[in-house]
Design a binder for this molecule. Structure first.
Ligand code: 9MJ
Length: 672
């Protein structure tokens, strides 16, 4: 065989294998015996061995990469990955329907009804029909590059099949593990004396986040497509149901339960139907999703913050089981809060083994009258912490009442009830090992300073040996001190020092988040960065100033102020900065003419990404809204602006095209 013949033959075999993969893994309907498939595969391997120059990245022989990664790179989604707003009962569903009905001036709304898979959202990016990259949702704008792992999932086509292959296509869907896959995976993990997974969702996440694609390839991961992001192609789509159908034609598994629905009654019937068949499904779902079917109408409704206004997840009620409560212990959190936790006789709640459940606080224990030895109902909903719902009083025998300890079980300090609050706290502060350790664990976590290799066990060891007392001490650790620890090699110690050093370059938001200010999560930290752009400004601002920021209420504002007032915190921050932690404050100390103005962006922008445009506006202390109203100050429009443009004209709102907007950004010296 010469190269030319080999190239043709390899192409032919790849096409055949791709078709058979689709029939076997997606349609569950193979039309050749396994032996015949193996013969085709071996034939392709033989040609590729003889002519290695013919191997392509998307060849079916290249599903399992050979070299493990050292880390996942970040990938920016070209179109943000939104998450769904939830409805938990009929009333909330009705309210959603009424709002859309009013806004669209239509009584009967047409929806695509879908099951809501409980897995991990993923973005598959295809260039000219070939899988280019795959990324997790991350924060919606940027995710982790898990391409090599995703390529091992047989249900995901490496090459699209069928006609009208688009130039660009982002496929959105869920990676999950079926009940059967989960059961077998855990059985195997037990056999290998490895950690078992609490539920299919965790198992899917753990399997996808393996640095070695060989490991992922052994995990029973499945995929289901439910939408698209960025798309450039010949076909035009008017309806979401059309998109689902086309995704099927291009070779993706799409839920067979998807259905077109008209009106609210159809939606409620669909919900009841899926709830009825839920137990019979081979995978876990936690509700149903309703999406406005006509794309034009989706555009009219737009998005709010990170959720489409044209879709909702109507969640199923949580699942409950009965078990015996063996004991109640208290856990001491990062801020000293004592949370009573029920130790349970292990019970399987909808596929997950539950050993512990939260009792929230002492008031809750009293209200529910929970006693040690009681038989209790345990509730679990999706990925949230299981909780004790109620007690079966009829079964009560030989029980003991729980008392909140007077001293902290970890450090022995006094326990006090917080003023005006229900929580009991250990007053030990950072002298309490539990708080100390939890504060450090939070500081190094992925979304905070992201110091890899500094796991919980090691942190406990370091504090126990008095090698670190607080978060700032991490930066004084020496490699030889680390490698002197039990079971710590030179290489691991040097890796840890390296990740400590590389963590020093961070963002202002991540740094604020990592400090562990009570009730300051990632989004509040980001709001603080967007508003102030300067750490010094944040440190010296007043509670009132914090309250000016939308999303920050008086309690959080007070927490922030009081955090920066405490001497001990000031000392630690000083040390952290002296250790070399830094971030970019280039937009700081800037008072723009746009402060406080509200902008709406519509249509497609050519020269700037919408997310970048929004972030630049936020950095100028302007507000960005998704809907045009009397409160809008400016509408920025790109190509095909649609109804928001009309509405802005109607309301007499100032409008500016993309070019003018870019000029304005240049004037504000935000871009060159
Ligand atoms: C799930 N999880 O099954 C969406 N989803 O649509 C379905 N998730 C979704 N749709 C837009 N069926 C954002 C998320």
């Amino acid at each position: 065989m010469n190269l030319n013949q080999a190239s043709k033959e390899a192409e032919n075999l790849r096409k055949k294998i791709t078709q058979h993969n689709h029939k076997y893994y997606v349609l569950d309907d193979p039309d050749i015996p396994d032996a015949e498939y193996d013969r085709l595969f071996k034939e392709l391997i033989k040609i590729e061995k003889e002519f290695p120059q013919l191997i392509t990245n998307s060849s079916p022989t290249q599903r399992i990469g050979t070299t493990p990664l050292s880390e996942f790179k970040e990938i920016e989604h070209t179109d943000p990955m939104l998450s769904l707003a939830n409805a938990f009962n009929e009333k909330e569903m009705q309210r959603f329907y009424d709002r859309l009905s009013t806004e669209l001036s239509e009584e009967i709304l047409v929806f695509s009804g879908e099951t809501k898979l409980d897995g991990l959202a993923i973005n598959l990016f295809y260039k000219n029909g070939v899988l280019h990259t795959a990324a997790t949702r991350g924060d919606g704008f940027t995710g982790e590059d898990v391409t090599l792992n995703v390529k091992t999932i047989m249900q995901i086509p490496l090459n699209l099949i069928g006609d009208n292959i688009p130039k660009l296509l982002e496929v959105r869907g869920e990676i999950y593990i079926s009940h059967k896959g989960f059961f077998e995976l855990n059985k195997n993990q037990e056999k290998l004396k490895l950690k078992t997974f609490a539920n299919p969702r965790n198992a899917a996440a753990g399997s996808l986040r393996q640095l070695d694609p060989k490991v992922t390839s052994t995990r029973p991961l499945s995929f289901s497509a439910y939408g698209i992001g960025n798309y450039e192609g010949k076909l035009k789509f008017d309806r979401h149901t059309q998109i689902l159908n086309q995704l099927k034609n291009w070779g993706f598994p799409v839920s067979v339960e998807s259905k077109e629905l008209s009106g609210l009654k159809d939606c409620f019937d669909y919900y009841s139907h899926i709830l009825n068949i839920r137990k019979k499904l081979s995978y876990e779902i936690d509700g149903v999703v309703f999406k406005i079917d006509y794309i034009e109408k989706q555009k009219i409704l737009g998005n709010v913050s990170r959720s489409p206004r044209w879709a909702i997840a109507y969640k199923f009620p949580p699942i409950e089981e009965v078990t015996q409560l063996i004991d109640i212990e208290v856990q001491v959190g990062r801020t000293g809060t004592m949370t009573p936790v029920a130790r349970l006789s292990p019970v399987n709640v909808d596929g997950a083994m539950i050993n512990n459940a939260t009792l929230h606080n002492l008031d809750e224990i009293k209200r529910k009258d929970v006693r040690i030895g009681d038989w209790v109902y345990i509730r679990r909903a999706g990925d949230v912490i299981p909780e004790v719902v109620s007690v079966i009083k009829e079964k009560r025998k030989n029980v003991k009442e729980f008392r909140m300890p007077k001293s902290c079980p970890i450090c022995g300090s006094d326990v006090k009830k917080q003023k005006d609050k229900i929580a009991y706290v250990c007053i030990g502060g950072l002298s309490c090992d539990a708080q100390k350790n939890q504060a450090i664990i939070h500081f190094v976590s992925r979304k905070a300073m992201n110091i890899e290799g500094l796991g919980e066990k090691l942190i406990y060891k370091l504090t126990e040996n008095k090698m670190i007392e607080n978060i700032a001490d991490i930066f004084s650790l020496k490699q030889n001190e680390l490698s002197a620890l039990d079971r710590m090699g030179d290489k691991s110690a040097s890796n840890i020092i390296e990740s400590i050093n590389s963590s020093k370059s961070t963002t202002l938001a991540k740094f604020i988040y990592s400090l562990g200010i009570p009730e300051v999560g990632e989004s509040t930290a980001r709001a603080l960065e967007n508003y102030f752009h300067s750490f010094k400004e944040i440190e010296k601002s007043s509670q009132e100033e914090f309250e000016n920021i939308s999303d920050i209420g008086p309690i959080v504002a007070k927490n922030i102020k009081s955090f920066f007032t405490q001497e001990n915190n000031k000392k630690i921050i000083k040390k952290l900065v002296a250790a070399g932690i830094h971030w970019n404050e280039s937009k700081s100390n800037y008072s723009s003419n746009l402060k406080g103005l509200t902008f709406v962006i519509t249509g497609s922008l050519k020269n700037i990404k919408r997310k970048d445009a929004e972030e630049l506006l936020l950095s100028l202390q302007a507000k960005v809204s998704s809907a045009v109203s009397k409160k809008t100050d400016y509408l920025i429009y790109g190509a095909n602006p649609g109804s928001k443009y009309e509405k802005a004209l109607e309301l007499g709102i100032k409008i500016m095209n993309e070019d003018l907007f870019i000029k304005m950004l240049k004037k504000e010296k935000l871009i060159n």
